[in-house]
Ligand binder design. Structure first.
Ligand SMILES: Cc1cc2nc3c(=O)[nH]c(=O)nc-3n(C[C@H](O)[C@H](O)[C@H](O)COP(=O)(O)OP(=O)(O)OC[C@H]3O[C@@H](n4cnc5c(N)ncnc54)[C@H](O)[C@@H]3O)c2cc1C
Length: 303
């Protein structure tokens, strides 16, 4: 059974706490219900969008027409070094299980909010690793049938995948991990969560880092000459550094504030709107382009 509700606040289902209302809303917990909700919308010729944890999205102030489907929840199983999880399972739960079984490969992603499906679509990562390193295959609904797509076909890149751009709906993710030392992995996970807790205070209204970092090999030599080489980490130019260089820290626009400790963090101070977000993003993009010749790209997804 799928349960359709009306006029649900989008702000209430995103970590940024921004957005008007969605005309229709439906939350599902299994791949089968996810497919059923999509098919229901199609049969009734209702426009629809999907999301999951809501931790990487900016919803529109004017709200959404049609049906918004949320895949959040589900089950998982562990078979030796493999975890097969429904896309809606919180990433934190998948990581906790991997640690419990002494499986290595997800521990650096500790503390990233959202679901394993959302993480796979955007190839979420931290501390030099991303989920694509552990993904073996992804089960999708292509509008006609369920099928498994191997890692290579997902075309994972830095915060990128083909799943982000094609009309495919992620149902399940199969992760292949390596044997590790349970205690060591748990310790590393705790350390990472503690470090992250200093940057992202509990309850902070944000979607994580706002812009993607810049892949150093993708920018020209003349641009690289303007960059302090000491700032490059793991082949990436941190966007936080670029934004700091153009005076982003401490900036305010409407209800958005950029904290003094992190140039690439848009925080909703309470009454921020998607309009504020886009305005500030445009100002900063122009400043970075003018100073460094780099065009910043959002990591967050606008709906
Ligand atoms: C405090 C904080 C810290 C963060 N730190 C990090 C970090 O260190 N590294 C990092 O990479 N990210 C980080 N993020 C961003 C975010 O948590 C990740 O991008 C996360 O993986 C998004 O998952 P989600 O389930 O919330 O996806 P959502 O935000 O709900 O959706 C993201 C996109 O995926 C699509 N999508 C979701 N589920 C499906 C599905 N089943 N099928 C098809 N499409 C789908 C949606 O349409 C949308 O376009 C952070 C966010 C916050 C709030």
């Amino acid at each position: 059974m799928i349960h359709i509700r009306k006029n649900i606040s989008l702000a209430s289902v995103s970590t940024f706490r921004i957005g008007g209302k969605t005309e229709l809303f439906c939350s599902v917990k299994t791949p089968e219900h996810f497919i059923r909700a999509i098919e229901w919308a199609k049969e009734n010729k209702i426009p629809f969008r999907v999301f999951a944890g809501g931790s990487n999205v900016v919803f529109p102030d004017e709200g959404l027409k049609g049906l918004l489907i949320r895949f959040h929840g589900g089950s998982l199983r562990v078979l030796k070094n493999t975890i097969i999880a429904d896309a809606g399972v919180p990433l934190a739960k998948v990581i906790a299980i991997s640690l419990q079984y002494g499986l290595r490969g997800l521990e650096t992603l500790s503390g990233i909010p959202g679901t394993v499906g959302g993480a796979t679509v955007g190839n979420a990562g931290a501390y030099g690793h991303s989920i694509s390193e552990a993904v073996r295959k992804v089960e999708v609904w292509d509008g006609k049938k369920r099928r498994w797509i191997p890692n290579k076909v997902c075309k994972f890149g830095y915060r990128e995948s083909a799943l982000k751009h094609e009309p495919l709906f992620v149902l399940r993710v199969e992760l292949r991990l390596k044997k590790g030392d349970r205690k060591e992995l748990q310790k590393k996970s705790r350390e990472i969560i503690s470090i992250r807790g200093k940057k992202y205070k509990p309850g902070i209204k944000c979607p994580g880092s706002f812009f993607k970092n810049v892949v150093a090999s993708e920018v020209s030599r003349s641009v690289m000459r303007k960059i302090d080489a000491g700032k490059i980490i793991g082949g990436k130019i941190p966007t936080g550094y670029l934004l700091e260089e153009v005076g982003a820290k401490g900036m305010k626009l409407g209800g958005i504030r950029i904290p003094e400790f992190h140039g690439n963090l848009f925080e909703n101070t309470g009454k921020a709107t998607a309009r504020d977000v886009k305005k500030l993003a445009d100002i900063l993009r122009k400043r970075v382009k003018a100073k460094f010749g780099i065009t910043l790209e959002e990591e967050v997804r606008y709906f």
